[in-house]
Ligand binder design. Structure first.
Ligand code: AMP
Ligand code: MN
Ligand code: MN
Ligand code: MN
Length: 301
């Protein structure tokens, strides 16, 4: 558990805040993208899990921030909400997620990037729908769109549709059989997305006053050589931090990520990547920055 003290987290030092103890979780999702809970229900859950500092980082949208912040103020909930976003980017044929934290959600640069990313999501969703129609699922686009509502449409919505309609036995199988791409192995309804570059994501985050974090570096299925290339590219383009800790990471993986931070002078972030309640992970669980890491919040004082 990441225990907070006012010296650890300078943002907390003001008379109205009382965050002397609690957990920090800087990566989570709501129904504004592919999370299962509304922003309000996520905040309620965060309170129950003793979260003191929470970032909502939905895919290519900041819609959850105002809703959650309003709820926090209305109910006087003792949580410091950090504005956030998880931006999908394209790099060398890989999809790399860049988390932006502590951004001005109304800044022109971020608003413009979100509009472009939403267009890319919509275009991709239409083509995924066409491919799935050819696989025998003619309503997949409409059903996924309905599930996504006003939020960002993601492949997770398509996966859920295929699962709920009994075409696959798990969401993972929807990715394995239709939506996914693993190395050169492209499934039948995989569509190459038109995401922005890492440089563009970092630039927009910085323009909006925020901090740029490479999300879950261990999840890209990269060899050590390619992961290092990615980290070098991120650092050379002014990236600020690596997500060094996710609940599922073992001590050795955490140490490896910390070593990259130290080698490339990057700060360290941590988060659960919570989407919906499940038995493997939850808000704030199993998150502690390893000793020697420079915490990302040191950049926020
Ligand atoms: P998208 O950003 O639209 O490509 O959607 C990807 C989202 O689907 C991720 O953020 C995950 O939450 C979810 N997901 C679940 N299983 C997988 C998988 N096997 N591969 C990729 N994404 C997955
Ligand atoms: Mn997701
Ligand atoms: Mn991600
Ligand atoms: Mn995420």
């Amino acid at each position: 558990m990441a225990l907070l003290s006012t010296t650890d987290f300078p943002l907390c030092i003001n008379k109205t805040d009382n965050f002397s103890h609690g957990r920090i979780d800087l990566h989570s999702h709501t129904q504004c993208s592919d999370g299962g809970l509304s922003p309000q229900t996520l905040i309620d859950r965060a309170v129950n899990y003793q979260i003191a500092v929470l970032a909502i980082t939905d895919h290519d949208t900041v819609a959850g921030f105002d809703i959650a912040q309003e709820y926090i103020l209305e109910k006087n909930i003792p949580i410091k909400l950090i504005s956030g976003i998880e931006i999908s980017t394209a790099w060398q044929g890989f999809e790399i997620h860049i988390v932006g934290l502590n951004i001005d959600v109304k800044h022109d640069a971020i608003v413009k990037l979100i509009a472009e990313q939403q267009q890319a999501r919509e275009d991709r969703a239409i083509t995924i729908g066409e491919k799935l129609a050819k696989c025998g699922f003619p309503d997949a686009y409409n059903d996924a769109k309905h599930l996504a509502g006003d939020g960002s449409i993601t492949r997770a919505h398509f996966a859920k549709v295929l699962y709920q309609q009994g075409h696959v036995s798990t969401m993972q199988k929807a990715f394995d059989q239709y939506l996914g791409k693993k190395g050169r192995n492209i499934q039948r309804a995989y569509v190459k997305p038109n995401w922005c570059s890492i440089e563009q994501a970092v630039e927009a985050i910085h323009a909006a006053g925020g901090t740029a974090v490479m999300a879950h570096p261990i999840r890209y299925d990269l060899s050590a050589k390619w992961l290092r290339r990615l980290i070098v590219h991120f650092q050379e383009n002014n990236g600020d931090a690596l997500e060094v800790v996710l609940p599922q990471m073992n001590p050795q993986q955490r140490q490896t990520m910390l070593n990259y931070c130290l080698e490339y002078d990057l700060h360290a972030s941590l988060g659960s990547d919570f989407h919906h309640p499940n038995k493997w992970s939850d808000l704030g669980r199993n998150l502690t920055l390893p000793e020697g890491a420079k915490p990302i919040w040191a950049l926020w004082s």
